[in-house]
Write a protein that binds this ligand. Sequence first.
Ligand code: ATP
Length: 269
Amino acid sequence: KSRAKLANPNGKKVTFNDVAGLTEEKEELEEVVEFLKNPGRFIKIGARIPKGVLLVGPPGTGKTLLAKAVAGEANVPFFSISGSDFVEMFVGVGAARVRDLFAEAKKHSPCIVFIDEIDAVARRRGSGLGGGHDEREQTLNQMLVEMDGFGVNEGIIMIAATNRVDILDPAILRPGRFDRKVGVGRPDVKGREDILKIHCRQKPLGDDVDLHEIARTTAGFVGADLENLMNEAAIQAARDDRAYIMKEDIDKSFIKVGIGTEKKSRVVP
Ligand code: ATP
């Protein structure tokens, strides 16, 4: 059985409004949204819509969020699976999982199929060290077969995310596969302020909290870090039995989220 999850079927839809900054990225994806909303218009005129879009960028920059927002904007189902879910001990399981995923997606088309950490399965072939890489190659081959097998305008759009485009098998990037690349960068100061605003929508702030100032002092933070920062601050405030967040909570939160310690894992060369 496929491990693909139909993401929060009853939950609140994610839209581009929930994604701060990333203006160019959203513009590039708007085309995909338009297609999913009205495939007929594109098919009639013979336009070829990309089958696969690869989002490339450091962890926590909002790639998953963007993919969900595309599905939300187009109001289509969102299937998500991680590349690491395909990598199994037993030969054949990964490939079977890929087949199931596409069979499921076809039933729900138009839809988005999101593959996080695609590098786990789509690493350059023949570069594996020791056991297990035969299995991965089989899985990758199956994925290529499936992608080539569905028609261009069948209404399934694949979105994949990676922070290691350099190790991907070039076969995956060929025309008709993931032939569209969208870079998702770290936010600049304005981007960080906008992200903070989004994550403070439901959080009352005290007068001494200046989001612009926080944005200035958080160079290098990605969206996931900022979300975490504000969440910790909210927890601090709640523990103090206060109904709003003060600057002091955010200062404490800085220490708690351990800038420079936890962040090491996020730094991408
Ligand atoms: P990974 O590669 O680790 O999966 P990712 O790039 O897919 O990371 P997301 O999972 O989309 O990152 O981001 C994690 C969380 O960080 C989001 O759920 C959201 O709360 C917050 N976030 C990241 N980027 C943004 C953004 N541009 N606007 C608003 N929130 C953001």
